[in-house]
Design a binder for this molecule. Sequence first.
Ligand code: TRP
Length: 328
Amino acid sequence: MRKTGKHFALLCALFLLTAVITLTGCAGSAAKKDKATIGIIQIVEHPSLNTIRESLLAELEAGGYKDGENITVDYQNAQGDPSNLKAISQKFVANKYDAIIAIATPSAQAVVGETKEIPVIFSACTDPVGSGLVKSLEAPGGNVTGTSDAVSAEKIMSLALQLTPEIKTVGALYNAGETNSVSVINDLKGFAAANGLAVVEATVANTSEVQQAVTSLAGKVDAIFIPIDNTVASAMPVVAQAAIKAKVPVYVGADSMVADGGLATYGINYVSLGKETAKMVIQVLEGKKPGDIPVLTIEDVEIYINEKTAQELGVEIPEEIKAQAKML
Ligand code: TRP
């Protein structure tokens, strides 16, 4: 009997010891929370969005947050399909990730529609207020903040008139479902009205409509203007080919579309934008509320020109413009 009692006491002590070790172990890791989970949602694959994502991940790593080590990153691409955007957003929210990074406006709109709690850091959203992502750029409030690539239609069109002064009618090619494009097109219309230019619009709902739209538009205009539109950017090589064939210059909203055959832009650097977005993500991971971080608009713009396209169109680039431009 006494022997059994001794055994029992020993067992009890062992059990208690294990329980204490397990509990303190758990409490320790919960307090440190050394493996944050981050969802990245991207509307579609196009060069600019990929650049942003890669730059962002590199900057997170430089800041001490490495995927697979102390953070887990779940990257999902919606392949241009709005129903995928919704499904991915819902999955991220159900998984209770610590933060969600949304690349481009359609992705950000989908995520913001699914959560008021999980921190959302959007990236490269042209018009965050007009797109309903935040109420104010200076004080977003709530669970959302991010970076903007707002561009100036006026600046791009002034460059257009310097390079190809004979423009009387400008064609606007974009997806009317992308609020990031709509606001820039409104600026374009304002510029056109003030400068005696006519605007002809051609809208597309998806990339498969781009070829037909650009071909018919090129027959009616002296130049084509494309805002920072994800749908058109995904089909940019097709646009460039059709426009060069029709000898119509294409002015675009982003450097990647110049690299893909557009003639020129006055645009921002998306590597910097990716870095700035990562810095916000780090602030959020370290406890800052997204609503207390102002939206950052990248102000530095540069001229980008595609030299090959210029040659094919027979457009002379004045030396003083060439000297300040990035020739792609
Ligand atoms: N600004 C776009 C948006 O708000 C996203 C974007 C970033 C983009 N870089 C681009 C679109 C280049 C077209 C081309 O959704």
